[in-house]
Design a protein. Structure first.
Length: 432
C-alpha cells in the first residue's frame, strides 16, 4: 500500500507542476539556470584549462577550479541569512540580469584575448551570483508547493537539475569541439550560457511581489546579526559533530577523500592536456569530460552499493572499508599516471568517495538532532570545499607542468592512511 501510494504521489508531480503556475516558473528558473551554469563551467574549462592559445601553468589551472568552489564555500552560509532580508523575487530577477551581463563580459574578454587574471575574476563573480540564485530558489520552494509535496518535489527538482547541468556542460563541450579549441570557440560557448540567465530573469519577473518571501521583512536581522548568526551556527555545528563520534568518523573520511580528490583532479587535468602518447583514452577537454563521466558513473554505482553495505557492516566500518579501498586505488592505479588507468581509477574513486559521502549523510541524519542538522551540513560543505581548494594549491606548488609526479600522487595517498589512523582513534571515544 505504501509503495502504491508513493508511486501515485511521484506520478502526480508532473501534473502538480502543470496545475501550479508559480511552481512551474520556479522550476523553469532553476533548470534553465543550471543548464547555463553547466555550459559556462564547461566553457570556462575550455577557455583556461584546455585552451592551446593559453599555456596556463598548474597554479592557473588550480585557480580555474577554485573559482568554481570558493564562492559556495564562502557565500553559502551567508546566502540563506541574507535572503531572509530581501524580496526574493527581486533578488532572483536582478541576480539573473547581473549574471547575464557578467557572462557577456567574460565572453568579450575572451574575444579580446584578456589575461587569465581578469577572466578568473569575472568567472568568480558569475559563479558567486549563480550560488546566490540557487539558494534563493531553494528558499522560495516551500512557498509555492504544499508541505506534503515538498520532499518529493525537492528531490525530483534536484535530480532533474543535475541532468540539465550535465546537458549544459555537454553543449558547451560540443560547441567548442565544433568551432575549435581556442579563445573564439570558448567565447561563443560562454556567451551561449547566458541564455539560462535571460530565461530565469523573465520567469522571476512574473511572480507577484513578495510571493517568494520573506513574509515579514521588517523583522529581518541586521547584517551584523547575520554574520554573528553564521559564525555561531558553524561553531554549534562543530560541537554537534564532536559530540557524535559516528559523525566525526564520517567527517574524517569525507575530509580525507576530498583532499586526495582535489590533488587528483589537478594532476588529471595537467596530464590530459598533454598528447595521449597512443593511449585509447582521448586527451584535452573531451578526455576530461570522459574522466568526469567515469567518476559520475562510480558515484551512481555507490547509490546502489551503499544501501547493501551499510546495514551489513555498520556506518563506521563501511567508511573504513571505503577509505582503505581508495588508498589502494590511489597507489595502484592513479600513481601509474597512465591515461587508461586514470580512467579506471576515476571510476573506483567515485565509487569509494560517494560511498563515504552517503554513509556520512546517513550518520548526520540519524545521529544529529534536527535543530542542529542544517548547521552540520553547512559546516561540512564549507570546510571540505576549502580543503579541496587547499589541496589544489599544494599540488600546484608540487607538480611539474605536465602533472606527472609519482611522488606527489603517492604522498597524497598518505592522507588516506592518516584518515584511517584518526578514525581508529575516534572509534574509541564515547559520545559526549
Amino acid at each position: 500500500m505504501v509503495e502504491t501510494e508513493s508511486g501515485h504521489n511521484f506520478g502526480r508531480l508532473g501534473a502538480l507542476i502543470k496545475e501550479t503556475p508559480d511552481l512551474r516558473r520556479l522550476a523553469v528558473l532553476r533548470l534553465t539556470g543550471q543548464f547555463g551554469d553547466g555550459m559556462f563551467q564547461a566553457a570556462l574549462s575550455g577557455a583556461i584549462l584546455f585552451n592551446p592559445e593559453r599555456e596556463t601553468d598548474p597554479f592557473a589551472v588550480a585557480a580555474g577550479f577554485i573559482v568554481l568552489l570558493l564562492p559556495y564555500s564562502i557565500l553559502g552560509p551567508f546566502a540563506g541569512a541574507l535572503l531572509d532580508r530581501w524580496d526574493r523575487r527581486l533578488v532572483l530577477m536582478y541576480a539573473n540580469v547581473l549574471r547575464a551581463i557578467l557572462i557577456a563580459s567574460t565572453a568579450t574578454a575572451l574575444l579580446f584575448g584578456i589575461g587569465e587574471g581578469t577572466l578568473l575574476l569575472l568567472a568568480l563573480a558569475v559563479v558567486g551570483v549563480s550560488r546566490f540564485v540557487l539558494a534563493g530558489v531553494s528558499a522560495a520552494l516551500p512557498l509555492v508547493v504544499r508541505p506534503s509535496w515538498l520532499v518529493p518535489m525537492n528531490s525530483v527538482l534536484a535530480t532533474v537539475a543535475s541532468g540539465f547541468a550535465g546537458l549544459g556542460a555537454a553543449t558547451g563541450v560540443a560547441a567548442i569541439a565544433l568551432i575549435g579549441e581556442g579563445d573564439v570557440g570558448s567565447a561563443v560557448a560562454v556567451f551561449g550560457s547566458a541564455c539560462g540567465s535571460i530565461i530565469g530573469a523573465a520567469a522571476a519577473i512574473r511572480f507577484a511581489p513578495r510571493r517568494l518571501g520573506p513574509a515579514t521583512p521588517e523583522t529581518a536581522p541586521t547584517t551584523g546579526a547575520v554574520v554573528r548568526a553564521v559564525a555561531s551556527g558553524l561553531r554549534t555545528g562543530a560541537l554537534a559533530v564532536w559530540r557524535a563520534p559516528g559523525v566525526t568518523t564520517a567527517m574524517i573520511g569525507i575530509g580525507a577523500h576530498r583532499i586526495v580528490f582535489g590533488a587528483n583532479t589537478l594532476v588529471m587535468v595537467l596530464i590530459l592536456r598533454e598528447p595521449n602518447q597512443g593511449d585509447a583514452m582521448p586527451g584535452g577537454l573531451v578526455g576530461f569530460g570522459v574522466a568526469i563521466a567515469a567518476t559520475a558513473t562510480g558515484m551512481l554505482m555507490a547509490a546502489i552499493v551503499a544501501p547493501f553495505l551499510i546495514p551489513r557492516l555498520g556506518r563506521s566500518r563501511t567508511i573504513t572499508v571505503a577509505v582503505t579501498s581508495a588508498f589502494f586505488v590511489q597507489i595502484g592505479l592513479i600513481a601509474t599516471l597512465s591515461h587508461q588507468l586514470l580512467l579506471v581509477g576515476a571510476f573506483l574513486l567515485g565509487l569509494a568517495g560517494q560511498t563515504i559521502k552517503l554513509t556520512g549523510d546517513a550518520a548526520m541524519q540519524i545521529d544529529i538532532d534536527d535543530s542542529r542538522r542544517g548547521q552540520v551540513f553547512a559546516l561540512q560543505d564549507t570546510v571540505f570545499n576549502i580543503s579541496f581548494v587547499l589541496a589544489l594549491v599544494v599540488t600546484a606548488a608540487s607538480v611539474p607542468p605536465d602533472g606527472r609526479s609519482h611522488v606527489v600522487v603517492v604522498a597524497f595517498a598518505g592522507v588516506y592512511v592518516l584518515g584511517l589512523v584518526a578514525i581508529a582513534f575516534n572509534r574509541r571515544r564515547t559520545p559526549s
